[in-house]
Design a protein around this ligand. Structure first.
Ligand code: NDP
Length: 479
């Protein structure tokens, strides 16, 4: 059991001032794996005051000290690899292999890549008769979701440390334990007391408290567009800066010279990895009309390459959804797709055969989808995808961009000029050509309603800084 009823405030684990607790459920077994305390506004305020008190010293730590902290955290993270991999399997339902190769790896990469970016980050620059100094924004509030428990916490924490910004983290209630291990690692790495605080609790109490707290200067949030909107509204009352990484309904354009089997496999991987609970997942597969029959067959054939089942089984690729609430939500979208008249190529409502316990969903593919259907416009966040056909490339791009979102875009094909043209004309924060590997130092974030701001690497650090223009001082900018 992972039970820990304390919050991490001002360098120590402290009792909650409230007495409400919550069970954390393993979505594969539907059983409790431990409890957390649901923090109160008083707990949050203690954490914010600790961060505020740490601001004058933490914001003046040197580049070298911050690099050392990040490197020590990375080492501590590596030492606790087995625990981190296991906890993300237990609280999220991530298959062990995916937990190790993706969840664990992403969390680690952020500490390492941010330390690297910090080495040459220019905090001061001369511009002739003035200089610009980039200073810590102040106290940061970090609100994270459950779908990538160490990726999303680590990128925010690493950037805040690099910028010298003391922080208060509220992890998702559904997946708090990976973040609590991270808190122990951060403590052991010698991050000064008050610079990192963690308060568990609900979005409506602690999340809302962070976005409205007068002593928090910046909120970095990842999660749903609806909550992002609430955070902006709340933050407006104290004119706080917000960075929002929200949802997506990303297109994957298959060009007419693409290898059909290869493209179909990529399309199915998007709804299989992390059970489709990925904000950048391609869930609108846009194919040439001429490919319709062959592509459908190739997708059906690809589905068994991503076996669904017990996350503890090393051969399993797709585990359960994180919670009953998400399972119900995904089921209702599958029903909606059927009602809207899309063709159910494979999958459908209910649980896969032999998986009655656990929040498992059948990998579901809809064809004959038009881009104005609800299933083509709303983020489903499960193993459900839609296939839409196009007549020519202009139409493919029109469909790709016909969404309120703009987080990611994908294209598969051969001709480099066309790939480049498509990459430039999809309006989204990251474009992946032919399933290319992604570097964790490249800026990550969205256009349109997919959010505001960027995370990862140097762009991530930038979010936690304020530029200050200085006129008249003759001391040259520091390197
Ligand atoms: P939420 O947006 O509700 O949760 C994300 C985080 O925000 C959690 O820590 C949550 O707390 C917190 N939160 C909730 N309400 C507030 C609030 N009023 N103020 C501040 N913080 C708040 O996502 P859900 O878990 O409800 O998932 C619903 C849908 O959101 C998914 O189906 C998916 O479409 C989308 N989503 C997108 C993600 C992405 O990566 N962009 C990640 C997760 C979800 P808590 O849950 O602990 O109460």
């Amino acid at each position: 059991m992972y039970t820990n009823l304390k919050h991490f405030i001002n360098g120590e684990w402290v009792e909650s001032t409230g007495n409400e607790t919550e069970d954390v459920i393993n979505p594969a077994t539907e059983e409790s794996i431990g409890q957390i305390s649901l923090g109160t506004k008083e707990d949050l305020d203690k954490a914010v005051q600790a961060a505020k008190a740490a601001l004058p010293t933490f914001s003046r730590t040197s580049r070298e000290e911050r690099i050392e902290m990040l490197e020590k955290i990375a080492k501590g993270y590596e030492k606790r690899k087995d625990e981190l991999v296991q906890v993300m399997t237990d609280e999220l339902g991530a298959p062990l292999k995916f937990s190790e190769e993706v969840h664990y790896e992403m969390g680690l990469a952020h500490f390492k890549k941010t330390a690297e970016a910090l080495k040459d980050y220019k905090f001061e620059e001369d511009y002739g008769n003035y200089k610009i100094i980039k200073e810590t924004i102040g106290v940061s509030g970090l609100i994270t979701p459950w779908n990538f428990p160490t990726n999303q916490t680590s990128t925010k924490i690493a950037s805040a440390i690099a910028a010298g910004s003391p922080m208060v983290l509220k992890p998702a209630e559904l997946t708090p334990f990976a973040a609590m291990i991270l808190a122990e690692i951060i403590d052991e790495a010698g991050v000064p007391k008050g610079a990192f605080n963690l308060v568990n609790g609900t979005g409506s109490t602690i999340g809302d408290g962070i976005s409205s707290h007068p002593d928090i200067d910046f909120v970095s949030f990842t999660g749903s567009a609806g909550v992002g909107e609430k955070i902006m509204q709340n933050a407006a009352k104290t004119i706080k800066k917000v960075a929002l990484e929200l949802g997506g309904k990303s297109p994957l354009i298959v060009l007419d010279d693409a290898d059909i089997e290869e493209a179909a496999k990529i399309a199915v991987s998007h709804i299989s990895l992390n059970s489709g609970q990925v904000c950048t997942a391609a869930t609108r597969i846009i194919i040439p009309e001429s490919m319709k029959k062959d592509f459908g067959e190739a997708m059906k054939k690809a589905v068994p390459s991503f076996p669904v089942g017990d996350p503890l089984d090393k051969n399993v690729v797709t585990g359960p959804l994180v919670a009953k609430k998400q399972w119900d939500r995904v089921q209702s979208y599958i029903e909606k797709g059927i009602d809207e008249g899309a063709t159910l190529l494979t999958g459908g409502t209910g649980k896969p055969d032999g998986l009655e316990k656990g929040y498992y969903v059948k990998p579901t593919i809809f064809t004959d989808v038009s881009n104005d259907m609800v299933i083509a416009q709303e983020e489903i966040f499960g193993p459900v995808t839609t296939v839409i056909t196009y007549k020519d490339l202009d139409e493919a791009l029109e469909i790709a961009n016909d969404t309120v979102y703009g987080l990611a875009g994908y294209v598969v094909g051969e001709d480099q000029e066309t790939l480049d043209y498509v990459a430039k004309n999809i309006r989204a924060g990251q474009i992946v050509v032919n399933d290319a590997e992604q570097d964790r130092s490249a800026p990550f974030g969205g256009f349109k309603q997919s959010g505001i701001g960027r995370e990862w690497g140097a762009f991530g650090i930038e979010e936690y800084l304020e530029p200050k223009s200085v006129f008249g001082v003759k001391v040259p900018a520091k390197a």
